[in-house]
Design a protein around this ligand. Structure first.
Ligand SMILES: NC(=O)c1ccc[n+]([C@@H]2O[C@H](COP(=O)([O-])OP(=O)(O)OC[C@H]3O[C@@H](n4cnc5c(N)ncnc54)[C@H](O)[C@@H]3O)[C@@H](O)[C@H]2O)c1
Length: 250
C-alpha cells in the first residue's frame, strides 16, 4: 500500500467491473475506504480489496435513481463517515447510428451518464464543503475531443459532463474541493470487447493511431485517478486529463 489517501472515504460508481474496478483497487491500495455503488453485483471487487487487507463496502445503487443515491449517502455515512472523494465512473455507451437513436435511447444515455452527476454531486458535495476538502472526478471520454460516429448521444453526454465539471470547479474551489475529469481513449473491458468490438477491429485501429502502441487496459487509468484524488493535485481543477496513449484522430 502507498497510503497516500489513508483515512479518506471514496465512493466509486460502476466499481463492479472494468475501469471502475481498477479505480477501486487503486484507491484501496492508497489507504482509502472504498464504497462501491453499482447496479451489478460488486462482490468480486470487494473480495479483491479485502484479500489485500483493504477496506471496502458495496451496495446496489442505480445512479439514475435519486432514492438509491440517498440510500447510498446514508449507507456510506453510517459505514465509513462522510465521503471525501466521489468518482463518477458508471456509464453506458450503446453503439447506434444517429438515425436509429430513439428519443428514449437519447434520454437513457443522458440519464445514466449525465443526470447522475447532478444527483451524486447534490448528495455528496455538501459534506466535502463542510470538511474543506473534497475531490470529484468524472469519467468523460477522449471520443468527445475528436468526435466518433455511431454513438452521438454518448459523445454528447461526455461533453456535457466536461461542461458540468469545469463550471462546478469554479464554484467549489474556494471550499477546497476540486472537480476534474479523466477522458480515456479506448480501453479493453468486457463491455468494449463484447459490444463495440463486435463489428470492426477498433482495438487494432486505435492501437495504430496511438503514440503508445498497445491496447489500453483499466489499470492504465488507476494512476491518473490516484493523482486527481490526492493532495498532489490540490491546484489542479476544472481539467480534463486525456489518458489515451496519444491518440491521433485521423
Ligand atoms: N472502456 C472504454 O473504452 C471507455 C473509454 C472512454 C470512457 N469510458 C467510460 O468509462 C466508464 C466505465 O466504462 P467501462 O468500459 O469500465 O464500462 P463497464 O461496462 O465495464 O462498467 C460500467 C459499470 O457501470 C455499471 N452501471 C451501468 N449503469 C449503471 C447505473 N445506472 N447505475 C450504477 N451503475 C451502473 C455497470 O454495472 C458496470 O459495472 C464509462 O463511463 C465509460 O463511458 C470507457
Amino acid at each position: 500500500m502507498n497510503g497516500r489517501l489513508k483515512g479518506k472515504v471514496a465512493i466509486v460508481t460502476g466499481g463492479a467491473s472494468g475501469i471502475g474496478q481498477a479505480f477501486c483497487l487503486r484507491l484501496a491500495q492508497e489507504g482509502t475506504a472504498v464504497a462501491i455503488a453499482d447496479i451489478a453485483d460488486a462482490r468480486e471487487t470487494v473480495d479483491l480489496i479485502r484479500r489485500d487487507d483493504g477496506v471496502a463496502w458495496a451496495t446496489r445503487c442505480d445512479q439514475t435513481s435519486p432514492r438509491d443515491i440517498e440510500a447510498l449517502r446514508a449507507g456510506v455515512t453510517e459505514t465509513f463517515g462522510a465521503a471525501d472523494i466521489l468518482v463518477h465512473c458508471a456509464g453506458i455507451y450503446p453503439m447506434q447510428p444517429f438515425e436509429n437513436i430513439s428519443y428514449y435511447d437519447w434520454q437513457r444515455v443522458m440519464s445514466v451518464n449525465v443526470d447522475s452527476a447532478y444527483h451524486l454531486t447534490q448528495a455528496f458535495l455538501p459534506a466535502m464543503k463542510d470538511k474543506g476538502w473534497g475531490r470529484i472526478v468524472c469519467v468523460a471520454s477522449a471520443a468527445f475531443h475528436g468526435g466518433v460516429g455511431g454513438c452521438s448521444h454518448y459523445v454528447a453526454s461526455k461533453g456535457a459532463l466536461i461542461g458540468f465539471a469545469r463550471s462546478l470547479a469554479s464554484e467549489v474551489g474556494q471550499y477546497g474541493v476540486t472537480v476534474n475529469l479523466i477522458a480515456p481513449g479506448l480501453v479493453r473491458t468486457k463491455t468494449t470487447e463484447s459490444g463495440i468490438q463486435q463489428e470492426q477491429n477498433w482495438f487494432e485501429a486505435l492501437r495504430q493511431q496511438q503514440c503508445v502502441k498497445r491496447v489500453m487496459v483499466p489499470a492504465d487509468l488507476a494512476g491518473p485517478l490516484a493523482f486527481l484524488a490526492s493532495d498532489d493535485s490540490a491546484f489542479v481543477t476544472g481539467q480534463t486529463l486525456l489518458v489515451d496513449g496519444g491518440w491521433r484522430f485521423s
